[in-house]
Design a protein around this ligand. Structure first.
Ligand SMILES: NC(=O)c1ccc[n+]([C@@H]2O[C@H](COP(=O)([O-])OP(=O)(O)OC[C@H]3O[C@@H](n4cnc5c(N)ncnc54)[C@H](O)[C@@H]3O)[C@@H](O)[C@H]2O)c1
Ligand SMILES: O=C(O)CC[C@@H](O)C(=O)O
Length: 551
């Protein structure tokens, strides 16, 4: 792998030998998104939407990346079949149609486009609230049916001015909704476990310590939280009962956040006036859905929150660019199952990713077998850089030797390592070393420890320490690593043996431990060393151990 500041190369763990990638777009995205993907010479795009699940399963093994909206269900079965798949891009926010755990287990990055549809969805949710408050849907239907006069009597509305609004989930969409509600002079109270008092003050909203507190005495509730196990049915009969009589429920997030049977009961009882829903527990909802029988204060749309020209263009282009850049350069933006690494951070740490991989491969050969931990420490200014993927890369390289099936990569490596009983421990060390920056990797099994370290000189990664002896060697190539008695003649004998075996010596690095009377000899050669040569090396008097390593 080589990297330059302008175009860092994709980490080898994601690169196939073939110079082209196939991307399947299985839900409709904007034309500009498809163009952004197809514009890359190494990317071939197939747009194939509305596939039946069994047809989708048949073709997914051919693809390196997949782009979806919410219709395609990317299940564990899909990930098991998708042997080449490296990334799934979601043109939107919610990723509940993607089995995140299965993606991670199979080493597939999942990315979303968190900002592209924020405004459209906030505007849609707001429109729904106004519609339910003023009976826009039923009144419109009545006018079309010629019931103008009757409708004027039937559809008395609710004013929002001065009403108390509970926003559950004060992220991007919730915050935008709140701003619009303030313009309508609503009193906004918000619950979000990550909302700080400072941010609440900045948004001029009241911070509630729990959903129950937010809902108590609220006239309207709007939901803007992701759908997870934890948030399923967060709005149920107990919580609806906390709201003021005549309250309205707005949901433009996910249907499963509301217990629809409880909502229907609360509306039937007269406690809740009505609801405005863009999303349903089951989509599409059955045509005889109990809530559809309600006559007033209702507004239903078919999951249209993000369906504007602007939002679709934004998310289509964003997802396409993210997938394209990931395949082409290894840049990771908006990943939801691993740390992201944007272009500038990738350019900065790319040499350390290479170095980490080399140290991992070296430790796999020289360190203790069946290790219980890999410890990575970052020294000097390196400690302040975005090193989140450096340790993962070292661990991946270490485990690739044990799992050479190509099934371990930086996405699933934490899980694979856990299964193998290996802890990854990272630390930063400010104390000065001989080098400005130093990356140290140490493999341990109980008390047995073996470490190696490297640094970057110019833009070139170098290994500068093996087993606490100072060396200086590059990180790509074939190496003979010998522990030998520290006495004359051994380097000569090694050179003669390699010469006789027609092995050209590219480089030599020597280090010695005077107190122990032994030395470390590292010889870089032009070709991998055969078993016979290694046997002969071990037979040289004074050679204590010898390992052939390809980094
Ligand atoms: N109807 C649509 O077409 C449409 C469009 C876009 C997004 N969405 C849905 O809206 C959701 C929110 O989108 P966003 O862009 O605002 O996401 P976001 O990540 O910016 O905000 C979500 C917020 O929910 C908070 N949260 C998480 N768990 C919570 C809990 N238990 N209680 C309260 N708050 C909790 C988070 O801290 C976060 O601040 C998405 O997850 C998606 O499912 C729907
Ligand atoms: O793809 C869509 O239109 C829906 C998107 C929306 O549900 C989201 O979570 O971003």
């Amino acid at each position: 792998m080589s990297a330059t500041l302008a175009t860092p190369a994709a980490p080898s763990y994601f690169r196939r030998d073939m110079a082209s990638y196939r991307v399947l777009v299985s839900d409709p995205i904007s034309d500009k998104g498809v163009e952004a993907l197809a514009s890359h010479p190494e990317i071939e795009v197939d747009v194939n939407t509305g596939l039946a699940p069994e047809d989708f399963l048949k073709i997914i093994p051919d693809y390196d990346a997949l782009v979806v909206r919410s219709q395609t269900k990317v299940t564990a079965e899909v990930f098991a079949a998708a042997k080449k798949l490296r990334a799934v891009g979601r043109a939107g926010v919610g990723v509940d149609n993607i089995d995140r755990q299965a993606a991670t287990d199979h080493g597939v990055i999942v990315m979303n486009t968190p900002t592209g549809n924020t405004i459209s969805t906030a505007e849609h949710a707001f429109t729904l609230m106004l519609s339910a408050a003023r009976n826009i849907g039923p009144a419109h239907t009545a006018v079309l049916a010629g019931d103008f006069k009757a409708a004027r009597k039937a559809f008395q509305g609710i004013e929002l001015n001065g009403k108390r609004l509970a926003v559950i989930g004060m992220g991007r969409i919730g915050s935008e909704f709140a701003k619009r509600a303030q313009a309508f002079n609503m009193q906004v109270v918000a619950y979000d476990p990550f909302l700080t008092q400072a941010r609440a003050d900045e948004l001029k909203v009241e911070l509630a310590e729990s959903p129950d507190i937010a809902l108590s005495g609220a006239d309207v509730v709007t939901l803007h939280v992701p759908m997870t196990e934890e948030t399923k049915h967060l709005l149920n009969s107990e919580r609806l009962a906390l709201m003021n009589p005549g309250a309205l429920v707005v949901n433009c997030a996910r249907g499963g956040l509301i217990d629809e049977a409880d909502l229907k009961a609360a509306i039937d009882s007269g406690h809740i006036a009505g609801c405005a829903l863009d999303v349903f527990e089951e989509e599409p909802p059955p045509s005889d859905h109990p809530l559809f029988a309600l006559a007033k204060h209702i507004a239903f749309t078919p999951h249209l929150g993000a369906s504007t020209n602007e939002a679709q263009e934004n998310v289509g282009i964003q997802v396409a660019e993210q997938i394209r850049d990931f395949l082409a350069t290894g840049e990771i933006r908006n990943a939801i199952n691993m740390p992201s690494l944007d272009a500038s951070a990738l350019a900065e740490v790319a040499p350390y990713l290479e170095l980490g991989a080399a140290l991992g491969r070296l430790l796999a050969k020289l360190g203790p077998e069946n290790p219980d931990s890999l410890r990575i420490s970052y020294h000097g200014p390196l400690a302040k850089k975005d090193t989140a993927l450096v340790a993962r890369t070292a661990l991946t390289a270490l485990l690739e030797t044990a799992r050479p099936d190509g099934q371990v990569n930086i996405v699933n490596v934490p899980t694979v390592a856990k299964d193998m009983g290996i802890d990854l421990v990272e630390s930063t060390i400010n104390a000065k070393t001989e080098y400005n920056e130093l990356l140290v990797a140490e493999l341990r099994r109980g008390d047995i420890r073996f470490r190696a370290a490297g640094t970057i000189i110019g833009r070139s990664p170098r290994i500068v320490e093996i087993d606490r002896l100072y060396v200086d060697t590059n990180i790509n190539g074939h190496f003979l690593i010998v522990r030998n008695d520290d006495r004359p003649g051994i380097v000569g004998a090694l050179g003669t043996l390699l010469g006789n075996a027609n092995q050209n010596i590219a480089n030599l690095s020597l280090a010695r431990n005077k107190s122990q009377g032994n030395a470390l000899t590292i010889i870089e050669v032009d070709a991998p060393l055969s078993g016979d040569i290694m046997e002969s090396v071990r037979g040289i008097p004074g050679v204590l151990s010898a390992t052939g390593v390809t980094l």
